[in-house]
Design a protein around this ligand. Structure first.
Ligand code: FES
Length: 179
């Protein structure tokens, strides 16, 4: 979940992903209680930024530019602080993603253990390239930086779960076991 870019810019959203877009133009009431609790927990509004971004992503699946503005206004912090946080951490999706967000580690330990080949293999299995989403909206494939599980290299994260020591058979089993 460190620095990187899990967003393909300029790509037109498929119908499946476009359907997941939400319009948020003011602070959502359903996140009010959580936001107030975060504001009370931390000494500065900026310290509440990352958990509040996460709350938005849990609720909507991603953090849009409009949501960034809403959050900046709510916390009364510069918009650029929100923007730089969202674009630094790959854990924040900047657009809707498939039901299963496959994030393959492309960092050093995983690369030494075959991450490049693993990424190509997963592209073949899913029939999409990195940055793309399957037409049915089930899978989005991203490459991210170290997932802090180097001992399991090569590894990937699918939504909130980690999977290591990947080979084609294991990947097929993992994907086959998903809804
Ligand atoms: S380099 Fe892949 S998990 Fe650390």
């Amino acid at each position: 979940m460190a620095a990187g870019d899990n967003t393909t810019t300029g790509e037109t959203l498929s119908a499946a992903l476009a359907a997941k877009e939400v319009e948020v133009t003011c602070f959502p009431e359903e996140l009010r209680e959580e936001c107030d609790a975060l504001r009370a927990r931390y000494e500065t509004p900026r310290a509440a930024l990352m958990p509040l971004l996460w709350a938005f992503q849990r609720r909507y699946g991603y953090v849009s530019r409009e949501m960034e503005r809403v959050i900046a206004e709510e916390l009364e912090i510069p918009l650029i602080w929100v923007r730089e946080t969202v674009t630094f951490y790959t854990m924040y999706n900047q657009r809707p993603v498939g039901s299963h967000h496959v994030q393959v580690c492309g960092n050093l330990s995983c690369t030494l253990c075959g991450a490049r080949e693993t990424i190509r293999m997963i592209e073949e299995e899913l029939g999409i390239a990195v940055g793309e989403t399957t037409a049915d909206g089930r899978f989005t494939l991203s490459v991210v930086q170290c997932l802090a599980a180097c001992e399991e290299a090569p590894m990937m994260q699918v939504n909130d779960r980690y999977y290591g020591r990947l080979d084609r058979q294991r990947v097929r089993e993992i994907f086959g076991g998903l809804e």
